[in-house]
Design a protein around this ligand. Structure first.
Ligand SMILES: Nc1nc2c(c(=O)[nH]1)N[C@H]1C(S)=C(S)[C@@H](COP(=O)(O)O)O[C@H]1N2
Ligand SMILES: [Mo]
Length: 523
């Protein structure tokens, strides 16, 4: 600092105004980033402090109209979460920069704006399940204090930059040092919170679990049930590749020793069951294809897995259903709900509270420690992850997606998908199989027909049947001739119903129509 010109910094608004606008905006942005970093770190370290970034994201998801949420899932698929979080980061950066510019004019104004924006984040955080109000407010205060302090010193340093003797000044050096420090706080906070937020802990918790031997194991997989054609989706989709759809920006981290499942509502004997008790109950295994109602014709929001768990009807038996308990509503720790007819849980004996997926405890993303899996129903009405309660109600209660424009009932439509020829759909002429998967859970697949160009519908070869609840691979040998070909496929379910050619969009109850692809065959 120059001895001859003591700088008073932004306490003196004139001095603050001397900070160049670009520097002021950058100061605000960095102050915001550091403030967020501090709060996120607190959120990572303390369970009762929610991530404010994620809470704001949750608030956006909750308040966005149903059509927009649907459009986002349609456009972004499983990238919806990263895109939302990046947008929040961008808005925070812009707000921070604006705060910096405001503070340059009058520091108090900038400081007040900073505090108000933090307060909005805190307000969103207070809505999070298990948020401690006191700790969340304290974290917000801490973040705002750090941010405002950094803003103050950065502006002071920026204002001090042009040196009277034209040399690189202490101000510039201070600014760079402080800016680097603020950026470091932001990065450490962001990365640290990610690490602390339970990834490792969950891995440990899951590793400690041994799935009990099921009393009713799934049968052996018959030879020929998986055709193993290159490019064809495997019969069982590995857990890491299984599609994921949910409204949870932060995967709930649940300690199974603290987890409980409540069975309540219109039942004679409401009860609560612990994870250990659930694991001690007789379990079944079942191969079930799960599909999202947002799956477009030909889309990949569908997967098949071997699930393990306790049949729902056993739990309902113990609870004692009351007259009029026509709906079973699954409730998640994160507030998500999904409801379906109680009779389905009674009739479909594979409907279960699942604890295992493909021989492992449920992965965190797929509902650890327990979720519902109901063959034949789209996930949005049935497959509640991170399950906390099973509520028996009448039909008037609506699950999460119903008021957002989706049908009250969601049976999975008979569908097929062409996987081969694969991505790009360009192949060379010769013997090339056409292959795919078809599913109609609870009804099964009896046939798949393929049509090439204007030819007749031809019966495809079906893989061995594994179970009516899971998809079936199919293929048709094809002598591909050079040119552009149009290939269509349609399935017939176990009741003899041919998949409809009537095209409907995914909303409100699932896409219909059969897939038609274009293949370029090169000589
Ligand atoms: N808690 C919770 N469970 C949920 C959802 C959700 O948003 N939250 N989404 C449902 C939907 S729409 C689908 S399609 C399935 C997807 O399950 P998966 O992610 O394991 O494939 O989960 C269902 N269970
Ligand atoms: Mo879904």
């Amino acid at each position: 600092m120059d001895d001859a010109q003591p700088v008073e910094g932004p306490r003196n608004d004139d001095a603050a105004r001397r900070a160049p606008a670009g520097r002021a905006a950058l100061s605000g942005l960095l102050a915001a980033a550091a403030g967020i970093g501090v709060v996120e770190l607190a959120a990572g370290a303390i369970d009762a402090v929610p991530s404010l970034v994620i809470s704001v994201g949750d608030a956006v998801i909750d308040s966005v109209p149903g059509w927009l949420e649907r459009a986002a899932i349609a456009a972004l698929g499983t990238n919806d979460k990263p895109v939302l979080l990046a947008s929040i980061g961008l808005v925070a950066a812009l707000l921070g920069a604006g705060t910096g510019l405001l503070a340059r004019r009058r520091f108090v104004l900038g400081a007040v704006a900073f505090v108000l924006i933090t307060a909005l984040g805190v307000a969103a955080g207070l809505a999070a399940p298990d948020a401690s109000a006191v700790l969340t407010v304290l974290a917000g205060v801490l973040g705002a204090a750090v941010g405002v302090a950094i803003l103050y010193h950065l502006l002071a340093a920026a204002a001090d930059e042009p040196a009277s003797d034209g040399s690189r000044t202490a101000g510039r050096r201070n600014f760079l040092l402080l800016a680097g420090g603020a950026a470091a706080v932001a990065v450490v906070g962001g990365v640290g919170s990610r690490l602390l937020m339970g990834r490792e802990r969950l891995t440990e918790l899951r590793a400690a679990i041994r799935l009990p031997v099921p009393v009713r194991p799934a049968g052996p997989v018959p030879a020929g049930a998986d055709l193993e054609i290159p490019g064809l989706t495997p019969l069982f989709v590995p857990n890491e590749e299984f599609y994921r759809i949910d409204t949870a920006l932060r995967v709930p981290t649940i300690d199974p020793d603290e987890w409980q499942l409540e069975i309540r509502g219109m039942v004679d004997n409401p009860f609560t069951i612990t994870y250990a008790e659930l694991m001690a109950m007789p379990q079944i295994e079942a191969d079930i294809t799960l599909s999202c109602v947002s799956n477009e014709v030909g889309g990949d929001l569908v997967g098949n897995a071997r699930w393990q768990g306790v049949p729902l009807f056993r739990l309902l038996e113990r609870a004692g259903l009351q007259e009029g308990a026509t709906q079973l509503v699954g409730r998640s720790v994160d507030g998500f709900t999904a409801g379906f007819p109680t009779v389905t849980a009674l009739d479909v004996t594979e409907a279960m509270v699942a604890v295992g997926m493909n021989g492992e405890p449920l992965p965190a993303e797929h509902g650890f420690p327990a979720r519902l899996v109901v063959p034949g129903l789209y996930g949005y009405v049935s497959a509640t992850k991170w399950l906390s309660a099973i509520e028996l109600t009448d039909w008037d209660v609506d699950g999460y997606w119903i008021p957002r424009g989706w049908a009250k009932e969601g049976p999975i439509k008979t569908s097929t998908r062409i996987d081969v020829p694969g991505p790009g759909r360009t192949i060379t002429a010769g013997e090339r199989p056409i292959a795919g998967v078809a599913w109609a859970p609870t009804r099964g697949i009896e046939g798949v027909e393929v049509r090439i160009d204007d030819g007749p519908w031809q019966q495809a070869e079906l893989a061995e049947r594994l179970d009516v609840d899971c998809w079936r691979q199919w293929y048709l040998p094809w002598d591909a001739t050079p040119g552009v070909h149009v290939i269509a496929a349609r399935a017939t379910d176990g009741l003899g119903e041919v998949q409809t050619d009537e095209r409907t969009p995914v909303a409100p109850d699932g896409a219909s129509g059969y897939p038609v692809i274009e293949v370029v065959v090169e000589a």
